[in-house]
Design a protein around this ligand. Structure first.
Ligand SMILES: Nc1ncnc2c1ncn2[C@@H]1O[C@H](COP(=O)(O)OP(=O)(O)OP(=O)(O)O)[C@@H](O)[C@H]1O
Ligand SMILES: [Mg+2]
Length: 320
């Protein structure tokens, strides 16, 4: 096996998206959707998929359901060439039902194997065969969570660089265990709300300066306002790439994919953030978090056009 660029440990499930349902759903009525999409969901699996689509060599450690949903989810990663040599077998797949109503959505999740990855499912030697280790959706990992500081510590002592995207805490508790994890994290990738929750700050500026004291590189995703990053006291921010948004699901994970893909190639912070914005924007142009990235030709075209525009703006600083 060629050396992996990145090993990711986390959850996998499908998202079922039903468009056009009424916001208020009366009982005992047959309510008809206008469209239906079945797509690879879950932050960790979306990141693994999109990083591999970009060309990184990705190993994914997860627990998959022993059913047709599990098989389809894993197939989506296999199609992109993600290494699945250490996937553990669980029983019932988790699933997320997404019911969009304009900008608002109902999001209904049955966790299933999403929360069942355990310490004994983790092959440390396999993870350490990569150059970089990443976790997303920290608080969904109910079984693994108490051991996550140990996992990160071992990855750092094996010489890997590390990154973390906590995503939301569904219980809004923001467990103190983060204090034990952050010393072993090189890159932290929250959105604005998460940055404030993790640091206990009431505003973004305070959150950035507090987090920068704990983690070498802090990157905060700002939705339609782009992203801001801090490393070694130097700050870089970049606006979002203008697009017609079809579906924002997975934009944050796609940002992470773009950022980490460039980081793994040794790019500077500005390039990582700019590429993150490009990939986050691209994700929103189709349903779910991975559908856009399944079309390799459209992805290459979008990224090339984005980079051309970026170069033009460097050549002519007057141009916005
Ligand atoms: N409307 C938009 N237009 C252009 N780019 C966008 C838009 N929304 C998001 N993005 C891009 O995607 C990135 C991540 O989005 P966001 O800040 O919503 O992350 P998130 O809250 O972590 O998302 P997720 O719900 O996927 O976890 C942004 O930093 C930006 O680059
Ligand atoms: Mg996120």
């Amino acid at each position: 096996m060629s050396k992996l660029d990145i090993a990711i440990a986390g959850e996998i499930n499908l998202d079922l998206i039903l468009d056009g349902l009424p916001e208020h759903m009366p009982m005992e009525r047959e309510l008809l959707a206008t469209d239906f999409t079945i797509t690879l969901g879950s932050s960790s699996a979306i990141l693994a998929h999109n990083l591999a689509a970009l060309g990184s060599r990705v190993g994914f450690v997860t627990k998959v359901g022993d059913d047709a949903f599990g098989a389809l989810a894993v197939e989506r990663l296999r199609e992109r060439g993600v290494d699945l040599a250490r996937v553990a077998q669980g029983t019932k797949s988790g699933v997320t039902l997404i019911l969009p109503h304009g900008p608002q959505r109902h999001i209904l999740t049955y966790p299933g194997t999403i929360s069942e990855l355990r310490l004994e499912d983790i092959d440390f030697e396999y993870l350490a065969s990569a150059r970089h280790f990443h976790m997303s959706s920290l608080f969904l990992q109910r079984e693994l969570l108490p051991h996550v500081p140990e996992v990160f510590r071992r990855m750092k002592s094996a010489g890997l660089t590390t990154s973390l995207d906590t995503n939301d805490d569904p219980e809004d508790r923001w467990d103190r265990i983060l204090e034990d994890i952050l010393p072993h994290v090189d890159i932290l990738l929250p959105n604005e709300r998460e940055a404030m929750k993790i640091s206990g700050a009431a505003d973004l500026e305070t959150a950035l300066s507090r987090l920068a004291q704990k983690v070498e590189t802090v990157v905060v995703k700002l939705g339609a306002s782009g992203a801001v990053a801090i490393r070694d006291g130097r700050r870089f921010s970049a606006p979002a790439v203008p697009v017609t948004v079809v579906d924002p699901v997975g934009a944050g994970d796609s940002f992470d994919a773009g950022f980490l893909h460039q980081f793994l190639r040794g790019a500077d912070l500005a390039t990582c953030v700019t590429y993150g914005n490009l990939c986050g924007a691209f994700s929103t142009t189709d349903h779910g978090g991975t559908e856009a990235f399944r079309d390799a030709a459209r992805m290459q075209e979008f990224l090339a056009e984005g980079r051309r525009t970026e170069r033009r703006s460097t050549v002519n600083p007057g141009r916005l």
